[in-house]
Design a protein around this ligand. Structure first.
Ligand code: NAD
Length: 354
């Protein structure tokens, strides 16, 4: 297969590109605008492979998308390009509306125009795989609020997004479904929980805490730190996405999660414990924890039921939270140069989205 991966220079996209080049015989065309979140240094291990190519293109640019489709003639699209940080969406929602909604619409239209030129067999085999988030479902009950077994997000949970980010992703999910129903474009949607792992831009909780801890800076906890997320190691997500694009059923949604519900405070304390063991200093790293004002509209709990992925596509996460987090901390300790380079721009780990 030739797979067009949008957002392949980002955190999850680069894991998908590395997975495909290292573990399959497929080719990848990485289409990325290279915003602050995109970094080609995340792809140095695969960028000299003859099955890899790169196109610096904005998904809002229809003429450039048409050129890429006609030049490379892909068999599938895996669409990961997006603005992805909730705090940034609170400070400046415009980019989220533009890339996540208008960009997805433009990509769908360019894909449809190209798909219409294909022969019947190729048209049937073609896939447009839209990669989305569990945040489109909104908030789940928290153990503080309800006794007994707590509900999980399933593929039929109603959409109720809370932030400009999740609302823009929800909009894009609806567009993708409409392009299947109205035009017959063979689409699949996946909704995944919070990812963590190597090459994660240091504005997100886990890399921010690792780097701040090492530099002796405050480890900010939003509100009480009792927000629950279902953490998934990024390479487990990349394996899941490849299964979906190659074996998933057209028109289906698949929820992908890590079976790892953790409160943010517990995540930060675990990182501190790992650092205490790997890079001990005179005081425990946990003494750097500080409590800051909560994020406006902060969802309290997300958790995924990924039964469909395990039953229909035989996918299970391979990493536990403990093994994945330790590997992640070790990766950041060994890759300080990558961390310095991606932060060379205007962002210096300051608080956004208040
Ligand atoms: P990221 O912010 O790390 O990377 C996004 C990539 O998209 C970057 O390389 C950026 O340069 C590129 N991009 C942004 N705007 C573009 C545009 N207009 N045209 C072309 N490229 C553009 O994001 P990520 O964490 O890797 O997330 C990838 C996808 O997965 C997103 O759609 C996100 O909504 C979804 N997702 C993320 C998580 C998570 O925990 N990070 C969880 C579930 C789903």
């Amino acid at each position: 297969m030739k797979i067009l991966v949008t957002g392949g220079a980002g955190f999850i996209g680069s894991a998908v590109v590395r997975h495909i080049i290292n573990n399959t015989n497929d080719s990848v065309i990485n289409l990325d605008k290279l915003t602050y979140a995109g970094n080609l240094e995340s792809l140095v291990s695969v960028d000299s492979n003859e099955r890899y190519s790169f196109e610096q293109v904005d998904i809002c640019n229809r003429a450039e998308l048409d050129r890429v489709f006609n030049t490379h003639k892909p068999d599938a699209v895996m669409h990961l390009a997006a603005e992805s940080h909730v705090d940034r969406s609170i400070t400046g929602p415009a980019d989220f509306i533009q890339t996540n909604i208008v960009g997805t619409y433009t990509l769908l239209e360019a894909t449809r125009a190209y798909w219409n030129t294909l022969a019947d067999d190729a048209k049937k085999a073609f896939r447009f795989h839209h990669i989305s988030t569990d945040e489109v479902y909104g908030d789940l009950p928290h153990p503080d609020e309800q006794d007994g077994p707590l509900p999980l997000f399933t593929e039929t949970t109603s959409y109720a997004p809370s932030s400009p980010y999740s609302a823009s992703k929800a909009s894009s999910d609806h567009l993708v479904r409409a392009w299947l129903r109205t035009y017959g474009l063979p689409t699949i949607v996946t909704n995944c929980s919070n990812n963590y792992g190597p090459y994660h831009f240091p504005e997100k909780l886990i890399p921010l805490v690792i780097l701040n801890a090492l530099e002796g800076k405050a480890l900010p906890i939003y509100g009480k730190g009792d927000q629950i997320r279902d953490w998934l190691y990024v390479e487990d997500h990349a394996r899941a996405l490849y299964k979906v694009v190659t074996q998933g059923q057209v028109g289906e949604t698949y929820n992908i999660g890590g079976h790892n519900e953790k409160q943010n405070l517990e995540v930060v304390q675990t990182i501190c414990n790992i650092l205490d063991a790997l890079v001990p200093k005179d005081k425990p790293y946990a003494e750097q924890i500080t409590y800051v004002t909560d994020r406006p509209g902060h969802d309290r709990r997300y958790a995924i039921d990924s039964t469909k992925m395990s039953q229909e596509l035989n996918w299970q996460p391979q990493e536990t939270f403990e093994t994945g987090l330790r590997q992640t901390v070790e990766w950041y300790l060994a890759n300080q140069t990558w961390c310095q380079h991606v932060q060379d721009g205007s962002y210096q780990r300051e608080r956004l989205g208040i």
